[in-house]
Every structure is written in C-alpha cells, then in structure tokens.
Design a protein around this ligand. Structure first.
Ligand SMILES: CSCCC(=O)C(=O)COP(=O)(O)O
Ligand SMILES: [Mg+2]
Length: 267
C-alpha cells in the first residue's frame, strides 16, 4: 500500500520532541524550587492574581463534586471568608500546586502557572529547552515542503513557545505554524483533535486524514485515530514501555526521520 499523504503535522512535546527527563528532572523541579518565592514576589501582579484565581476556581470544583480523584485536594485560601495574611494564602497555593504536581495533573490552571514560572528561568538562562537532534532538521524539511507544523501539548501555549524559543538548537518558533494546549480540550478526548483541525486553515476540502499526529501517549494516539487522523507513536529513549494491546495497530517511530518513510508530505 502506498504511503498516506499528509498536509499538516501536529506534534506532542514530552516524550516526542523532547525527552521526558527534561520535563521531570529539570522543568518540574524548577517550579517546585521557585514557586513560593515567585508567588511572594509577584503576589500583587495581575498575572499571579489571574493564575491564583483560576487555581481557586478549579479547587472549588475539585472539593465540591468534580473528579473524585481530587476530592482530598488541599484547600486554597483565597475566598473572602478565608481572608488571612498573604503568607498563609501563598502557602495554601503552594500546597495545592505541589499536590497537583505529585499527581502529574494536566489541569489548565496548573499548566498556566508553571509556564509563568519557567519564563524567568528561560530569560535568566537557567533553563534551555531540550529537543531531540532530529527535530530541528525535520522541522526544516517540513518548512521546505510547505507543510505547516503545529504543537499540541498539555503544557500551556506560553510554556510551549518558551521551550522552542529558548531551545538548545536555537529559536525554533519560526518553524512552527501554531500552538494548542488544553484550553482547546483534553488530549485524551477525540473532540479536541476535531477542534484543532477546525482551527487549522488548510486549503479546502479538508479531511482528518490530511493530518499526522505524533505522540508518546497511546491514549492520545487512540483519541486522535478515532476521529481519522494519521498517528505515529513516539518511542523515544527514556519513555516508559507501552503495554497497551492496541500498540501494534499504530505506526511507531524512534526518530522523526522515520516519519518521512511512513508518509508522503504534500500540499
Ligand atoms: C512546555 S511543555 C512542558 C511539559 C508539560 O508541562 C507537559 O505536561 C507535557 O505534556 P505533553 O502533552 O507535551 O506530553
Ligand atoms: Mg507526551
């Protein structure tokens, strides 16, 4: 059978463009180390007020009938009746953020706040985004072929842009046509992929099979495949083994160069 023709590429970050170890051993510890001082320093800023207010809304939902998994979440003290000194409020936010991070939760408020904390790290040169060596060359190839490439990650759009802007292979932002995060929907829900396709401006007529999604998550792979996207599962060094029985039904790659053997990229 001939290779499917793909007109646009959508890439996951963690475990796909970027080693999982960079996220778990560098980015997440950076948040843990800097969270309290960041909040204390910027407590009165609009950015922190907005982030804390989003965390607070999520916290209220969690504590009153949201997902059962998060029922025991630490309470954020930010309500009028909770008003106490800012040190106590900040500590309640820190406890809540640590609780969510312990569970690797992909909630939009958590991801938004993390992105704001990473900003200072990238700007100060403490953080540099890591991408696998085959990523920049593949982005370059797609650019030459006029294939638009998008990112869909649980990390916030701001966090995504920082990683690619301050990457260890230079500024890769010009190679990307756009970014999507969980504000468009969960990566585990098929509807999110449909929403993304609707927002990407390809020349009509557009069908889901015009798109290729590359991810390390078999659950995300299944959600995207269900609505007709081509999917390749990324199996990078350091990724945990995938036990799911559906894995053999997917294309698999250990390096982006293999995508050019699996698909034909054309406008
Ligand atoms: C700049 S993305 C930071 C990584 C992150 O927070 C995350 O949750 C990654 O999830 P992904 O959807 O890229 O696997
Ligand atoms: Mg991933």
């Amino acid at each position: 059978m001939s290779n499917p023709i793909v007109r646009s590429v959508i890439l996951d970050i963690e475990g796909t463009t970027t080693p999982i170890s960079f996220v778990y051993d560098v980015l997440f510890p950076y948040v843990r180390q800097n969270l309290k001082s960041y909040l204390t320093q910027h407590w009165e800023s609009d950015i922190v007020k907005n982030d804390v207010s989003m965390l607070f809304q999520q916290n209220k939902l969690d504590r009153t009938g949201g997902d059962d998994k998060f029922k025991d979440t630490p309470k954020i003290l930010y309500d009028a009746e909770d008003i106490s000194d800012s040190t106590t409020q900040i500590q309640s936010v820190v406890d809540n953020v640590f609780y969510q991070m312990d569970r690797d939760r992909k909630s939009t408020p958590l991801k938004q706040l993390q992105g704001h904390i990473w900003l200072q790290g990238y700007q100060q040169g403490t953080l540099k985004g890591v991408v696998f060596d085959d990523v920049p060359v593949s982005l370059e190839k797609w650019k030459q072929l006029q294939i638009p490439v998008y990112i869909f990650s649980s990390g916030s759009v701001e966090a995504q842009k920082l990683l690619f802007n301050y990457s260890d292979h230079g500024d890769l932002i010009p190679m990307l046509s756009g970014h999507f995060d969980t504000t468009i929907g969960s990566k585990l829900e098929s509807i999110s992929y449909t929403n993304i396709i609707d927002q990407i401006n390809l020349k009509a007529p557009v069908k889901p099979s015009d798109f290729l999604f590359v991810t390390d998550s078999i659950h995300e792979a299944k959600a995207a495949k269900e609505v007709g996207l081509n999917v390749s599962v990324s199996i990078r060094p350091g990724n945990p083994p995938i036990q799911d029985p559906s894995l053999p039904t997917f294309n698999k790659i250990t390096d982006f160069h293999q995508l050019f053997d699996q698909y034909k990229f054309g406008k």
